[in-house]
Design a protein around this ligand. Sequence first.
Ligand SMILES: Nc1ncnc2c1ncn2[C@@H]1O[C@H](COP(=O)(O)OP(=O)(O)O)[C@@H](O)[C@H]1O
Ligand SMILES: [Mg+2]
Length: 271
Amino acid sequence: MRLRGGKRRKADDRLEPQGTPGLAVELRGVRREYGRGSRTVRALAGIDLALPRGTFTAVMGPSGSGKSTFLQCAAGLDRPTAGSVRLGGTEITGMRENQLTELRRSRLGFVFQAFNLLPSLTVEQNVLLPMRLAGQRQDRRRAAAMLGRVGLADKAGRRPGELSGGQQQRVAVARALITDPDVVFADEPTGALDTGTAAEVLGLLRQAVDTLGATVVMVTHDPAAAAWADRVLFLADGVFASGLDRGTAEQIAARMAALTSRTGTVAVAAA
Ligand SMILES: Nc1ncnc2c1ncn2[C@@H]1O[C@H](COP(=O)(O)OP(=O)(O)O)[C@@H](O)[C@H]1O
Ligand SMILES: [Mg+2]
């Protein structure tokens, strides 16, 4: 009896996600180095991070602090030199390239600074693209619902070129959410938008977290954008130096200024 019970437990273990339950993103001891020997650049120097589902996290830091490298490693677009990354409980560290591609298509959403919509497709086709690429049934009703959410119900048949920048980014948000992903990664999503339009896009990301239970990780240099997040993590020299919960734009800006002057001093001293 004991043996059979043990066997059953073992079989069950294989079916369960291996990460900590409730975590959308888990990084353990992640390092990323470029180059070798004396020329090695340590872009990420040991990142440990656990982000629960249904949270909105902003990542800030001075130029060169490792923001882009962090986002790429966390999203399976780049491979860490050491450490492990789990997304939605799935260990992605040893995955083959085609498995990673499939995981990105079906279980991650992306919003980029430059919108990255396909100009020859309609708005609806752009929103459905992740489903099409993942080989899923293209759910037009879901696309319509997502376009409704972002206030573009009447633009389904248009091409991206006929829309304003803010509208294009709203299409990108709908596209990022269509597959109900484990995580939405946003890289400077408001970098190309004016203040008012940026607030609309950030409000949509906030709403996705609050009403759909989405998990958003956003890299930004803008304290006003970061203030929409639950938590801001500050990167300096490839490690998370500190965090700020529910900070105002002013508090976030002050923290950034302190961080920039500190790392700036180091850079001047080293020069
Ligand atoms: N492909 C690369 N080859 C060599 N060094 C790189 C490469 N990408 C980034 N780096 C270095 O890694 C560090 C972190 O870069 P990055 O992640 O782009 O920072 P951020 O996005 O915060 O500006 C920097 O010192 C940068 O010069
Ligand atoms: Mg960068």
